[in-house]
Write a protein that binds this ligand. Structure first.
Ligand code: FAD
Ligand code: NAP
Length: 335
């Protein structure tokens, strides 16, 4: 296998951080993955599109870029089509495949960067939809002994930006492929106000998945920084969940606080709003900053080091804790 030494990871992470991988290789099928894993002795990092991680130092081990392709129909009935996609397929490309074949379920998740293989890692979500709603099964290889495993919906223990792969099985598996259950008769989810407004702007009179996808694409393009222009990894922090009593108390001190009631009675706070209230929106120190339109997104304007962005995230965490008494949790994976 072609293993390279001291490879720059700058083009492999959307923050655009310049660090080196001690060793670097790509694999495009299960056999290659098995071979590389069986020969490796030290630390290992599986890389997708690099859009949900921050490198704070050189990686002292093997970085494996997952490049497994292919989209195939594995099952079909009157209502659903089950599609299996290779972990290296670009997520948005997969969404577009579904739209082109009139298969519903992932249209609200249009234009999320990264690859299929990482979609279950944090149960990607946007505009009121999470992949757990369409997830069927995944195939993964155990890093230690290269054994193959299947995970169904229950096994993945999906939560808000969470799964077993970020918790009890952290760093234990390479995801090889993911199967999703797409609907032939989709139920549209336009509960996010922004989508309805955008559809009106687009003059859409008959709702369809292609129109919802386009609305999401338009909103994202207008609001979120394009990593090709300004380095970022999307939302740096998760929206914290607090109980209703704490929310009511916070509302007395901060009447404008933004929160959404969850099914369990708790409240999900908009972390971006709290960060903005602490004065961080548009802040810049050197090349590290907090985006001018969305305070939840930390950015690398040019040549910031990962440790500078991490230090900024620490300052933000402390200020939110001091002002609101709420502890933010990082969503981005730190290496
Ligand atoms: P990477 O960053 O490469 O990896 C992330 C983690 O998963 C790492 O720990 C890595 O080791 C692990 N991993 C990756 N692939 C595998 C694999 N095959 N097997 C085992 N482990 C693996 N996220 C959302 O949920 N919703 C959004 O709306 C959203 N919007 C975004 C907007 C922007 C502009 C950006 C830059 C990011 C956004 N994100 C969003 C975050 C990110 O795009 C997603 O989390 C995405 O799924 C990450 O995919 P990736 O392939 O880039 O993963
Ligand atoms: P937004 O629409 O301005 O909303 C701000 C926050 O309020 C969001 O984080 C969202 O929570 C919450 N929210 C808004 N409307 C809601 C509703 N009807 N019900 C429940 N919660 C609601 O957010 P945005 O920054 O423009 O992002 C739009 C969507 O894309 C969001 O779903 C966001 O999660 C997703 N996104 C994710 C990332 C990432 O890296 N993870 C990056 C960019 C955008 P939720 O986050 O729980 O949806």
């Amino acid at each position: 296998m072609n293993i390279k030494d001291n490879v720059s990871l700058k083009k492999y992470n959307t923050f655009g951080i310049e660090v080196l991988a001690k060793k670097f290789a790509m694999f495009s099928n299960q056999e290659e993955a098995g071979e590389l894993l069986s020969e490796n002795q030290g630390a290992l990092l599986v890389l997708g599109g690099g859009s949900n991680l921050l490198f704070t130092k050189n990686y002292d081990g093997l970085v494996l870029k997952n490049d497994i392709g292919g989209i195939e129909v594995v099952e079909e009935n009157d209502d659903f089509v089950y599609l299996k996609a290779g972990a290296g397929i670009n997520w948005h490309q997969f969404v577009m495949y579904c739209i082109d074949h009139n298969l519903g379920g992932v249209e609200n998740l249009s234009l999320i960067p990264g690859n299929v293989g990482a979609s279950p890692m944090q149960n990607i979500g946007a505009y009121g939809v999470e992949i757990k709603e369409v997830f069927h099964q995944l195939e993964a290889m155990h890093i230690k002994d290269q054994s193959l495993h299947k995970f169904n919906l229950k096994d993945c223990e999906f939560g808000y930006r969470e799964s077993v792969f970020k918790k009890k099985y952290k760093g234990e598996f390479v995801i090889l492929s993911v199967s999703y259950r797409l609907s032939k008769h989709p139920r549209f989810n336009v509960s996010y106000g922004a989508i309805t407004k955008e559809l009106e702007k687009m003059n859409v009179h008959e709702l369809c998945i292609a129109a919802i996808s386009q609305a999401v694409i338009n909103i994202r393009r207008s609001k979120l920084p394009d990593p090709a222009v300004i380095g970022n990894a999307g939302s740096f922090f998760k929206n914290p969940e607090i109980d209703k009593k704490q929310f009511d108390e916070l509302q007395l001190s901060f009447p404008g606080i933004v929160g959404y009631i969850l099914e369990n009675g708790n409240v999900k706070l908009a972390a971006g709003w709290m960060i903005e209230q602490c004065g961080w929106k548009g802040y810049r120190k050197g090349d590290a900053g907090c985006h001018k339109d969305q305070a939840l997104v930390l950015v690398n304007y040019a040549n910031a080091g990962g440790e500078e962005i991490y230090a900024l995230s620490e300052e933000i965490l402390i200020s939110v804790k001091n002002k609101f008494g709420v502890k933010l949790e990082r969503e981005v994976n730190i290496y």
